[in-house]
Design a binder for this molecule. Structure first.
Ligand code: AMP
Ligand code: MG
Length: 361
């Protein structure tokens, strides 16, 4: 089955054509347009600006994605997200499904982030093409039950995936999402929007030598780290970053070598260390409790270098396999929506309505 998938929950407008491939999906085309350059001017997402850009780009993006493919169904993210943005994707998908007389498949955007782990990468496809025997071993897709950590701009959730359809929420943040904390920290540090990738870049610039020399001057809290539960909290780290930034001149006055840039990079490094430590510890606590076969990372923050590396090490040290989507499938995209539509069907509705506050399970 070939699916045209549409994604317009936030500031991206995306379309993809995907088809089932082994136990996963193969991406035929994947097109993403973003209004991020425009949003940079405002230092964040202005919903009206996002929606107006999406109206302009949705048809060209879909046209480029289809490129003459025969489509069997249309899939669309119907929430969570911004109402104005969701409406554009949902209404466009409805019109196309109706005009083409094809099913309209509804997809939960957060579930789609998780299902990005079932996109069979180019490398696996090559392997499959070169050796036709024992094909099953070449489909590198997660085994269930798995523990999933979903980290995005609006959500931070731990889930237990017992099967593709049976997911249970087992923990998460009680206040800010991890991505939100990254974005607010970036703003406090004067880094441009979108903040997460900028904090990631700044943190990566700190050399180990510089870090060892300075880390005791940059201590942020790790909320609930030693609490036995699977609850997390990120608003306290963000508040501590604000205090750290206020004290910047004091540290800069006392150190002749430190510049504003190196100060910013060091705060970004400590912030990334603090958030990653909490996320890794809580995910491993979930592993301990639920004894899954594999661990899955997903959502926009899954693009974070430190988190990808340290969670992988922790999971592999526990003897499990770690899955994270390729970078291009971590941020919002439509290929993941197609993967969810094919592998985790939620139903087909021609009178679909957006649900801005939908949860991951
Ligand atoms: P999503 O809500 O899943 O679309 O993801 C967007 C969120 O991911 C935003 O809060 C971004 O700042 C964050 N993000 C994207 N890339 C990174 C990164 N490399 N490190 C940390 N956060 C990131
Ligand atoms: Mg998203």
């Amino acid at each position: 089955m070939k699916v045209l998938a549409i994604e317009s929950t936030c500031d991206e407008t995306a379309a993809a054509v995907v088809e089932s491939f082994g136990g996963g999906v193969r991406v035929i085309s994947n097109v993403v347009a973003s209004s991020v350059e425009m949003q940079k001017k405002y230092g964040g997402i202005v919903p009206e600006v996002a929606a107006r850009e999406q109206i302009k780009s949705i048809i060209p993006v879909i046209t480029e994605a289809i490129k003459g493919e025969e489509i069997d169904a249309v899939a669309v993210s119907y929430g969570p997200g911004l109402m104005g943005s969701l409406l554009i994707g949902v209404e466009t998908a409805k019109v196309l499904a109706w005009a083409w007389k094809k099913p309209l498949l509804k997809v939960n955007h957060m579930a789609a982030h998780v299902m990005a782990n079932w996109i069979v990468g180019e490398k696996t496809q090559e392997l499959k093409n070169s050796r036709t025997q024992d094909i099953e071993n070449f489909y590198d897709i997660p085994h269930l039950p798995a523990v999933g950590l979903v980290v995005s701009g609006g959500h931070t959730d731990l889930i237990l995936l017992e099967s593709l359809l049976k997911w249970t929420w087992i923990g998460g943040t009680r206040d800010d999402a991890a991505g939100e904390a990254f974005d607010k920290t970036a703003r406090l540090l004067g880094l441009p929007y979108p903040g997460g990738p900028e904090v990631d870049k700044a943190a990566s610039k700190v050399t180990e030598e510089e870090w060892n020399l300075n880390k005791n001057k940059f201590k942020l809290p790790r909320p609930l780290l030693h609490d036995p539960g699977l609850e997390m909290s990120f608003s306290g780290i963000k508040a501590a970053v604000a205090r750290m930034v206020e004290n910047r001149s004091q540290i800069l006055d006392n150190s002749s070598q430190m510049t504003v840039v190196s100060y910013t990079n060091l705060v970004a490094r400590e912030f990334s260390e603090a958030v990653t430590e909490v996320l890794v510890k809580k995910t491993m606590a979930a592993v301990e409790k639920f004894k899954p076969k594999d661990v899955i990372l997903a959502g926009g923050v899954a693009a974070n270098k430190m988190l990808r590396e340290l969670l992988k090490v922790a999971v592999e040290n526990a003897g499990l396999k770690f899955y994270v989507p390729e970078l291009k499938y971590c941020g919002d995209n439509a290929a993941m929506v197609g993967a969810a539509a094919i592998l985790r069907p939620e139903g087909s509705e021609l009178d679909l309505r957006p649900e801005p506050s939908l949860g991951v399970v």
